[in-house]
Design a protein. Structure first.
Length: 307
């Protein structure tokens, strides 16, 4: 790890090393987690087309020769489902905005509605805010992009605007180059090969939860969470035992499926992603347990790791 904020290239000229925290905020389902994963180069934050996928603040780490970007992927700010879980998620967003060096406000290309508008008062005025116009690959009328950007200048004093496609990676290098000069000149906080500050245990639970989101019906994911009951490592083999918590008995039967088929599908998909992320074989065993009212219980949320 570097212990100085200056690097010395071959020509002898000093080059300032920069490190800082970048909060990624926006309404649900704008691609914040996809952007985090794209920059980090690994799947550390779960994604799905359903809102409310991200529930924790995830720190992703991307280190280059002259900068370390510490990405804080926040939950989408919630205006519905007002329970203890969503109050906690909104608190995560506001706390991230108070303790960051740069803010990325992510919106969908050519799409800015009242949900996006409601977040503008939360954006800090004393921290650089970059407007990230995501999902550029889905735009059919790219000639409307410049007028859209012009209209956004009237809404907030953004430090910069960067159109990109987090899904395909187009524009992400431009975004990093835009962020770098806004970061403090200081040495890195993490080793160069670190990609997250989260444990494998945490990441395993998030991967299982993502598969529940992707492979179950619309009503199921919002009433589920995942607990890792046991995480053991024997050489390159990881043995993981996890429980999927649901709110109702009928949710349990849906997740298990006919002859256990749905649960096996979730488990297989999760195991494949874990093996790719952890770089070794994984034995995964899943159970489904009913814990009524868990999402509105402050005590249960603390047990589940929600700050």
């Amino acid at each position: 790890m570097n212990t100085t904020s200056e690097l010395t290239p071959a020509d002898g000229a000093a080059q300032v090393f920069r490190t800082g925290f970048i909060a990624i905020v926006g309404r649900p389902n704008t691609g914040k987690s996809t952007l985090t994963n794209r920059i980090v180069g690994a799947k550390i934050s779960i994604t799905s087309r359903k809102a409310q996928t991200t529930r924790h603040r995830i720190h992703g780490i991307h280190t280059t020769d002259d900068a370390q970007y510490i990405l804080v992927d926040t939950p989408g700010f919630q205006t519905q489902y007002r329970n203890a879980l969503n109050r906690n998620m909104n608190k995560s967003v506001t706390e991230a905005l108070r303790s960051t060096d740069v803010v990325l406000f992510v919106v969908e290309g050519l799409h800015f509605d009242r949900r996006d508008e409601s977040l503008l008062p939360l954006l800090p005025r004393d921290v650089p805010v970059i407007l990230v116009i995501n999902k550029l690959d889905l735009l059919k009328q790219k000639d409307l992009l410049l007028p859209f950007m012009a209209s956004m200048r009237d809404k907030f004093p953004f430090a910069a605007m960067v159109p990109l496609s987090a899904r395909h990676g187009d524009g992400t290098e431009t975004l990093l180059q835009t962020i770098r000069p806004l970061l403090p000149a200081q040495p890195p906080m993490f080793d160069a090969d670190d990609i997250t500050d989260k444990s494998e245990r945490f990441l395993a639970a998030e991967i299982v939860r993502e598969k529940v989101f992707r492979l179950s019906g619309e009503e199921i994911p919002y009433a589920t969470s995942v607990v890792i009951d046991k995480f053991e490592q024997e050489g390159a083999l990881r043995r993981i035992f996890a429980s999927i918590l649901v709110d109702r008995d009928n949710h349990k039967s849906i997740l298990i499926g006919r002859n256990g088929e749905k649960l096996r599908e979730i488990g297989t998909a999760a195991r494949i992603d874990m093996e790719q992320l952890f770089g070794g074989k994984v034995y995964l065993e899943l159970w489904v347990k009913v814990r009524s009212g868990w999402a509105d219980s402050e005590q249960m949320l603390r047990k589940l790791g929600y700050d």
